[in-house]
Design a protein around this ligand. Structure first.
Ligand code: ADP
Ligand code: ZN
Ligand code: ZN
Length: 724
């Protein structure tokens, strides 16, 4: 007997779909619809992925779904295909991908209906109310609407039936409330594109169907104008655009520019939004009411029925990589989606990732360059400042202090960058050498003086600042080294007559604080900015003419093979914040290693030349993008379990055979103990993707079956960007 089985994805860490029978007296829900199913004690919301004619479980275990939630699929076939391929590529549990990427309220079973605020207005054929003496209620409503459109709630109670009558007669019109009441202000005049910008826009628009473009344009070269222009053309053909940005809250200016240009056609989606707003943006994209969707990484999985273009801004940014749960890379998903939907994708950066540069080299991506800044702005000059033997004020050399003073005297702004927050990374007892350490991590506490706490930057643990040494009771506790809080204090002491503003995660914790800080900089209410990575993100501060990079050496000694790439990107992104106005900019990089080949190469050739050199090194050393990695991580409360477990997975791989894949490890993670758990890892490396994925396909299900797998927390990371 043939019957219908529903293959359902459920957000659980299990690597398969679940079989259910349809409801007794409901039509079977189509693939893409949510269903409520019996699962565990409380039931679950799942997503139908496919229909089948046989079940993988015995009949006795087959159960009926409780109910279908949606009467139409949440998204069309291309997005379902993207999610399926993503689960396959990352070897992720299907439910984590198909259900886990939905907005929280949809995961909870909320109806996928747009809450449209309706209003009523008179049509052109509406008669004068006085001619309707025989229908006083109709006349009353026509009179109420004669003054202008009204929300249904503003009309007399009980008018719904009468309104329907009027609608049938064609005398009134029902429309979404925001359509006519809120008029967009006229968009600001767009600048005439430079010829390089025009060439970039034309290249993208000329693509028929899929095409991947790398927009390699120096900071301030007008990449955003290229996006805006290309999107405008796409919207004019009735299609939608998806714009991915790294961290929307850090660059409110970008969002503002899109809103200024496209008004209410823009919807924004990121994890900082309240659940209701997230759902509303998702639904507006799905219904097509939103024409431009701007969002952070998970927005790549939003349904857009008329998708015509995908833009990935700052494509090199590490925040595109999801680092827990379903570990995907949103840039790579954007390219895959563009391929599936057969539309162009535009990846922009001043410091492209080596992956994208490598794709450009072999012609998989077409590279378009913007080599000069737009308008009258010039690129800043980069100089190394040898700080050996210098009498430093904290981390600031006399030469840097003098340069800052020069800018301030001229009424301009300076920016000092240090990628370490807090006051000092170590607190030390001057009497006996005691150093307070986090009990849960292999790490020292960072001193946060404003809050008077010791904070572990790895597990978030904190404790009050001790008044004296825990070992010898001496009160002589010395902060060692410096973070942004200390730089702020040092700079305030050096320039007491000037306003110093610190921008880091601590100083911007309150809602709205970052916006307030950024506008203080733009309005000239701050003279010197001190900050972390947050300052490196796409901001436009026209009066900043000097950037000081306080400690470039930090990046020279990191263990990760991506360290040089990251250092170069950070230096060029921070440098890119200066000289964006009419005055030229200057970048001073403090170092104790003025002869270091990395710094030299970087300053001599610029990012592009340096990156090509890094690619050669990666190729020689057999690192990505020339080889492919997957990292199996494990952690457990005891010191050895994670290593034992990984040892067993290694034996499994040996049994299965792993031709073409090298397994390295298991080894303890570079920081073995973190948040009270001991961590270890096993690295898989392959010249070609096919054998790696073939191994993962047969190996992971067996790994999941190991008895030891239940005693550790483990996860697989395909294309990891951090190998620790
Ligand atoms: P990017 O995104 O590459 O950093 P933006 O698009 O933010 O660059 O442009 C930097 C500045 O130059 C902005 O103030 C922008 O308005 C201006 N700009 C961009 N394109 C042009 C142009 N063609 N003519 C004049 N000004 C431009
Ligand atoms: Zn002591
Ligand atoms: Zn800790």
């Amino acid at each position: 007997m043939s019957r219908l089985i529903l293959k359902v994805a459920i957000d659980a860490p299990l690597r398969h779909l679940f079989d259910y029978l349809p409801h007794f007296n409901q039509p079977p829900p189509a693939p893409g619809c949510r269903v409520r199913v019996p699962f565990g004690r409380r039931g679950q919301v799942g997503l139908v992925v496919a229909h089948a004619d046989h079940a993988d479980v015995p009949d006795a275990q087959l159960r009926h779904i409780h109910e279908a939630i949606d009467d139409a699929p949440l998204f069309g076939a291309p997005l379902l295909e993207l999610l399926r391929r993503a689960a396959d590529y990352y070897h992720a549990p299907p439910g984590e991908v198909l259900v886990g990427t939905l907005p929280g309220l949809l995961r909870a079973g909320r109806p996928a209906r747009e809450q449209v605020d309706w209003q009523w207005r008179l049509s052109d054929t509406a008669p004068a109310p006085d001619t309707l003496g025989r229908a006083p209620r109709q006349a009353e409503l026509l009179r109420a609407l004669a003054v202008g459109p009204q929300a249904q709630s503003a009309l007399p109670v009980g008018s719904a039936a009468v309104l329907r009558t009027l609608l049938d007669k064609g005398w009134v019109v029902r429309e979404p409330r925001d359509a006519s009441t809120r008029q967009d202000p006229a968009p600001p005049a767009a600048p005439a594109l430079t010829s390089a910008q025009r060439a970039a826009v034309e290249a993208v628009l000329a693509a028929s169907g899929f095409g991947a473009f790398l927009l390699d344009g120096v900071t301030g070269s007008g990449k955003t104008e290229v996006y805006l222009s290309a999107i405008e053309a796409v919207l004019a053909t009735g299609r939608q655009a998806l714009v991915l940005v790294p961290e929307i809250s850090l660059t409110p200016q970008t969002e503002a520019r899109f809103r200024a240009r496209f008004g209410q056609a823009v919807a924004v989606l990121h994890s900082g939004l309240p659940d209701g707003e997230r759902l509303a943006a998702w639904l507006a994209a799905r219904s097509g009411r939103a024409r431009v969707l701007i969002g952070t990484r998970s927005a790549v999985f939003t349904p857009l029925p008329a998708l015509g273009l995908i833009v990935v801004d700052e494509e090199h940014d590490a925040s595109y990589k999801q680092q827990d749960g379903f570990r995907y890379h949103a840039r790579d998903m954007a390219v895959l989606r563009a391929r599936i939907e057969d539309v162009p994708v535009l990846l922009g950066s001043a410091t492209p990732s080596l992956e994208s540069l490598a794709h450009g080299r072999v012609g998989q991506y077409r590279t378009v360059h913007l080599r000069e800044r737009a308008g009258s702005a010039r690129l800043p000059r980069l100089e190394l400042l040898d700080v050996r033997h210098q009498r430093m004020s904290g981390l600031v050399s006399p030469a840097l202090a003098a340069a800052v003073r020069e800018e301030l005297v001229a009424g301009r702004q300076a920016m000092l960058f240090l990628n370490r927050r807090g006051y000092a990374p170590v607190l030390l007892c001057h009497a006996c050498g005691w150093v307070p350490k986090c009990q849960r991590c292999d790490a020292h506490y960072t001193l946060h003086r404003t809050r008077q706490v010791l904070l572990c930057h790895h597990c978030g643990g904190e404790r009050p600042l001790p008044p004296s040494c825990a070992e010898c009771a001496s009160g002589d506790l010395l902060p060692l080294g410096a973070g942004t809080e200390r730089i702020e204090a040092d700079i305030t002491a050096l320039f007491p007559e000037h306003t110093v503003l610190r921008v880091d995660r601590d100083s911007t914790r309150r809602r709205g604080a970052l916006d307030a800080h950024l506008s203080a900089v733009r309005d000239g209410r701050a003279d010197i900015l001190v900050g972390t990575q947050m300052l490196a993100k796409g901001h436009h501060f026209p009066a900043v003419t000097l950037v000081g990079i306080l400690d470039a050496d930090q990046g020279l000694f990191a263990a990760d093979f991506r360290a040089s790439e990251r250092l170069a990107q950070t230096i060029y992104q921070v440098a890119g914040r200066c000289g964006r106005g009419t005055q030229p900019g200057r970048v001073l990089i403090q170092t104790h290693q003025p002869q270091h080949p990395v710094l030299h190469a970087l300053l001599q050739g610029g990012y592009g030349v340096f990156a090509q050199q890094l690619l050669k090194e990666r190729e020689a050393a057999g690192w990505p993008p020339f080889t492919h990695l997957a990292l199996l991580r494990a952690e457990a409360p005891g010191a050895q379990e994670a290593l034992w477990f990984l040892g067993e997975t290694l034996s499994l791989a040996a049994e299965l055979g792993h031709a073409g894949v090298t397994l390295l490890g298991p080894v303890p993670a570079p920081m073995p103990k973190r948040a009270g758990r001991f961590r270890a890892q096993l690295l898989l490396q392959a010249d070609r993707r096919a054998p790696l994925h073939a191994l993962l396909r047969s190996w992971l299900p067996a790994v999941a079956q190991l008895p030891a797998a239940r005693k550790v927390r483990w996860s697989l990371d395909v294309d990891p960007i951090d190998t620790y």
